[in-house]
Design a protein around this ligand. Structure first.
Ligand code: ADP
Ligand code: MG
Length: 619
């Protein structure tokens, strides 16, 4: 019997190993840029063609390599960064496994040019699919330039597996941004298809964030800075009202390395607690410095998860640091601090103490915007108390429904029959005195009704009302308002502006006229008639968030979606104090809706606690 087991040829073994390290163009970008950082570069240029398919080139002014190193660096497990096993426990560099260059050279056509400052001549190495094609002396600038052409040229299956250029380029941007955030002191540039995308000079962290994400972000950043014996946490968090509905601007860096960490993310969310609008995710750019001995970085190069030895302690510190930053902004959260010893000190002298309020869109009163719509006689129908009672009865019985049963249907039929049987004008005249309404936690409206206690979520209720009004208006004709005299300019991050360019035509159909000015700037010349001018930016932000979250393909931004997003944007938010008349009007309008119990996104708007339930609660 002959033996079966054979060693794989190096080229095959390298390709297999490469598959783990280099999954897409962005992985090569990350590895090459990290090498440049590890080499102490103060200037790094990234040049990309066709989202990295055709070319990825990184040019740095770092230490450069000797002739021997220029050849050695492409060997697997060739690294200058660790020498013995114990070094693994004190890693300060980004790379250490010595796999990246070997992997890139296994799956691309690579050219390296490198020179050490002291040397007169540099070295050029050309290597394709792990095979050295040439090595010679060249004259070149100090530092290193590595270009990788035609990634996966020898693995067609991999190449076909790549996503569209816009998706692949978004991944590259993400890697570039992560590195740019950790190294604001390094000059960085990014050129894609000959067009400059970023040209970042040496700045501080705040300025770097602004250069990357647009000037709008500046005023939304709150500094975080704290230090204990075990950990230092610094950076910025976004103000609560700047929180978005999708993940995006959430960055943790541990010892200079981008990480994902659901546990720490939770700590940040905990610190924001009630301050966030519903289902919003706070932005953060937070840097964690711990002793390298207490962090397990012996992780796979493509993985962004890490293990901290003092996890629970770090969790507490993270929460405190963020709470403290928020506390400096508004005193509210300080009031319910579980006094964490490190922060048991007063505000610094000269720091302004603000009233404990939650401010969301302070000078925006959506009721003003809604009124004109309401004045249409049939839509402004006020439900009278008899109808209310009827609705409560339905809610009560629908509470006993099987899960999944369609409560809204019940509403629709019963409520519409109730309104149809009465003459609209009669209803207006015979309006009964209002039920007593109380606002709780600036978030819920409660009322004593025949069958128990009615609880209404104010934000969801208003979203439903606006959604139905806007849908009706759109069915007729979208209508536009021209902003010719005062066009509005908006500034977006690179990622967001790419998306806006993609969906611009869809927005056009809804009454928008938006022109790209370049560099992430857009001018808005006209907007749908139903959109308050003040809410433009917020609305576009929501549309982009929605796009990122649902990954809707262009073309599907239909009217219903638009109405839903618009309603969400301009609806009053949780946290807004309401006057009695406002509550009354909200409740009346809600019960005049076709589907008063469900917000456009499917969430429950109201609930009645009957006597039995209340008794149970108090048991
Ligand atoms: P690692 O970064 O894990 O050590 P790499 O395969 O990325 O492994 O790189 C191998 C070695 O090549 C590095 O340890 C370093 O000595 C050298 N090297 C790579 N890129 C550069 C660069 N841009 N400038 C100087 N040296 C470099
Ligand atoms: Mg490396």
């Amino acid at each position: 019997m002959s033996d079966f087991i054979r060693l794989l040829p190096d080229s095959v073994a390298n390709q297999i190993a490469a598959g783990e390290v280099i999954q897409r163009p962005a992985s090569a970008v990350k590895e090459l840029m990290e090498n440049a950082i590890d080499a102490g570069a103060t200037q790094i240029k990234l040049i990309i063609k066709d989202a990295g398919r055709t070319l990825i080139q990184v040019i740095d002014n770092g230490t450069g390599m000797t002739v021997t190193d220029a050849r050695m660096c492409f060997e697997r497990h060739a690294t200058s960064k660790i020498r013995e096993a114990k070094d693994l426990f004190a890693i300060r560099t980004l790379g250490f496994r010595g796999e990246a260059l070997a992997s890139i050279a296994a799956v691309a056509q690579v050219e390296l040019r490198t020179r050490k400052e002291a040397d007169e001549l540099g070295t050029s190495v050309i290597i394709e699919g792990s095979r050295i094609k040439s090595q010679e002396s060249v004259s070149c600038p100090k530092g290193t330039s590595i270009s990788a052409r035609n990634l996966f040229f020898n693995i067609p299956a991999r190449r076909n597996f790549l996503k569209s250029d816009s998706v692949e380029f978004r991944h590259i941007l993400e890697e570039f941004q992560r590195i740019a955030l950790v190294h604001p002191d390094v000059e960085l540039s990014l050129v894609h298809n000959e067009k400059p995308v970023f040209q970042l000079s040496k700045v501080n962290l705040r300025q770097r964030i602004v250069h990357l994400f647009g000037s709008n972000i500046n005023e939304k950043l709150l500094p975080v800075d704290m230090k204990t014996e075990q950990v230092q946490i610094f950076g910025f968090i976004g103000k609560p009202e700047a929180a978005k509905r999708t993940r995006g601007e959430q960055y943790f860096f541990a010892n200079g390395r981008f990480i994902r960490h659901s546990y720490l993310h939770h700590a940040v969310e905990q610190a924001f607690e009630e301050l966030l609008p519903e289902s919003a995710i706070p932005s953060y750019f937070l840097f964690i410095e711990v002793d390298p001995l207490t962090i397990d970085v012996n992780i796979h190069p493509t993985k962004t998860e890490v293990n901290f030895q003092h996890g629970p302690l770090l969790y507490g510190s993270m929460r405190s640091a963020v709470k403290h930053a928020l506390g400096m902004f508004t005193l509210t959260p300080i009031l319910d601090f579980e006094r964490e010893a490190i922060f048991d000190h007063p505000l610094p002298p000269g720091h302004e103490v603000k009233a404990p309020t939650i401010r969301i869109n302070p000078d925006y009163n959506p009721f003003n915007q809604v009124k004109p719509v309401l004045q249409k006689p049939t839509e402004g129908l006020r439900a009278n108390r008899d109808e209310w009672e009827k609705v409560y009865e339905i809610v009560r019985s629908s509470n006993d429904l099987e899960p999944g049963a369609n409560k809204s249907e019940l509403f629709e039929t019963d409520l519409s029959s109730a309104t149809r049987n009465n003459h609209p004008t009669e209803l207006m005249v015979n309006s009964f005195p209002a039920a007593k309404l109380i606002q709780v936690q600036n978030r819920y409206i409660i009322s004593n009704v025949k069958s128990g206690l009615l609880i209404v979520d104010q934000q969801r209720a208003h979203e439903r009302i606006l959604f139905e009004q806007i849908s009706t208006m759109l069915e007729k004709e979208p209508g536009t308002q021209q902003l010719n005299l005062f066009p509005i300019t908006i500034q977006l991050s690179m990622v967001d502006s790419d998306i806006l360019i993609e969906i611009k035509n869809d927005l056009c159909k809804l009454g928008f006229d938006i022109n790209e000015l370049g560099g992430g700037s857009f001018v808005v010349n006209s907007i749908p008639a139903s959109l308050p001018i003040k809410a433009i930016e917020e609305f576009i932000g929501e549309i982009l968030e929605d796009y990122k979250k649902n990954k809707v393909e262009p073309g599907s931004a239909g009217r219903v979606k638009f109405a839903g997003i618009l309603a969400k944007t301009i609806a009053i938010k949780s946290g807004k104090v309401l006057q009695t008349e406002e509550m009354q009007s909200l409740i009346d309008q809600l019960f005049a809706c076709k589907v008063p119990d469900m917000a456009p996104d499917g969430k429950q708007i109201l609930r009645i606690l009957n006597q039995i339930e209340i008794e149970k609660l108090l048991h």
